[in-house]
Design a protein around this ligand. Structure first.
Ligand SMILES: *[C@@H]1O[C@H](CO)[C@@H](O)[C@H](O)[C@H]1NC(C)=O
Ligand SMILES: *[C@@H]1O[C@H](CO)[C@@H](O)[C@H](O)[C@H]1NC(C)=O
Ligand SMILES: *[C@@H]1O[C@H](CO)[C@@H](O)[C@H](O)[C@H]1NC(C)=O
Length: 322
């Protein structure tokens, strides 16, 4: 009899514990407020363009026919050039003017880029390297564009390349090769890793409060979507439902010296902020994560587009957490 009771007690406890664990792991949805800003970066590594509405496609955000990160600067070794190497890129301004994309430089004529979607007959295709991805294909935009960027960066060998429909896209997974669970089928253009990047302005405010020497705004973290909810709750997001669009979390964003470039001055911070502060409070906690992010601090979340749609500033955001 005593044995029977003990067995019963154990079984009941196991049942309760399992139910509790399942309950703890349940997915729940919460309205976390509205979309504060939408930003697109047609030319990679230049300051973004703020718009009131964006199309979310599988390969990134799109404004009219301009795709995010579909134009990039490469050096003579066909390595994609970013503000990590050339902080002065922060002082170029890109904007949509009619059908064109204009790039304005402080002391130089404006470069006016027309949209093209197919390879020119005599096109030269560049195979560029970005981090571990050695296979980003773009069409060379020709000498006029190359001369413009060489003049601005004061160096030979720089070229501008663009993605056109006839070229193959890049695989997002090649970039990390991590053990973390993420979508290996995702395709990207000249993005670092995933199609969509989300930043929480309240987390930025928390970092900013820790750094009296420098003003840290969301612009340093290059979001496509800026949100505003309790600081760091974005770490637990699994999905975001906004208007008809569904975004799925891929990886947290590993952070590098890029964040130390002052977006208004185009120079790197002499006090190496906010990177030093991020290293104090935002290091990955698990070993798998630490390896995946190459021992960088993490700040912001990368998403893939599961269901395509249009998102507007002020749209409501429903986040699902685990
Ligand atoms: C982000 O937060 C700062 C306060 O830290 C605030 O001044 C700014 O207006 C916010 N930006 C947006 C776009 O909500
Ligand atoms: C999504 O946004 C568009 C505006 O761009 C609007 O017409 C449409 O009704 C919205 N859909 C939903 C489900 O809110
Ligand atoms: C996430 O996206 C950001 C911004 O595009 C990028 O810099 C970063 O490398 C990505 N992080 C990972 C881990 O893929």
């Amino acid at each position: 009899m005593a044995l029977k009771n003990a067995t019963y007690a154990i079984l009941t406890s196991v049942a309760f514990i399992s139910a509790y664990l399942l309950w703890k792991r349940r997915k729940y949805n919460k309205n976390i407020g509205q979309v504060k800003k939408l930003v697109i970066y047609p030319v990679k590594s230049l300051p973004g363009i703020e718009v009131s509405s964006l199309e979310f496609t599988k390969i990134g955000v799109k404004y009219s026919y301009w795709l995010d990160r579909s134009i990039a600067i490469v050096n003579s070794k066909n390595v994609i050039v970013t503000q990590r190497m050339k902080p002065a890129l922060a002082l170029l301004k890109q904007s949509f003017v009619g059908d064109e994309l204009w790039i304005e430089a402080p002391n130089q004529e404006t470069l006016k880029i027309k949209y093209i979607n197919h390879l020119n007959e005599d096109a030269r295709v560049i195979t560029a390297t970005h981090f571990e991805n050695k296979n980003m294909k773009g069409m060379d935009c020709g000498d006029e564009y190359a001369n413009w960027i060489q003049k601005y960066l004061q160096g030979d060998g720089f070229r501008i390349m663009r993605y056109v429909q006839d070229l193959s896209l890049s695989d997002s997974w090649k970039w990390t090769g991590t053990k973390l669970d993420f979508n290996k089928d995702e395709k990207i253009v000249f993005h670092d890793a995933n199609a969509i990047h989300v930043i929480n302005n309240c987390s930025v405010a928390d970092i900013n409060n820790k750094i009296p020497e420098e003003e840290i705004t969301y612009r340093r973290f290059r979001p496509n979507i800026l949100i505003e909810c309790e600081a760091y709750t974005e770490d637990r997001f699994q999905e975001l439902h906004i208007n008809d669009t569904l975004l799925r979390k891929q990886l947290k964003t590993g952070r590098c010296v890029f964040t130390t470039v002052d977006p208004d001055k185009g120079t790197m911070s002499s006090v190496k902020e906010p990177l030093l502060t991020l290293r104090k409070c935002r290091m990955p906690t698990s070993k798998v994560e630490a390896a995946a992010y190459n021992r960088s601090p993490v700040f912001g979340i990368n998403f893939s587009v599961e269901k395509q749609g249009i998102i507007n500033v002020n749209d409501n955001i429903i986040a699902s957490y685990f």
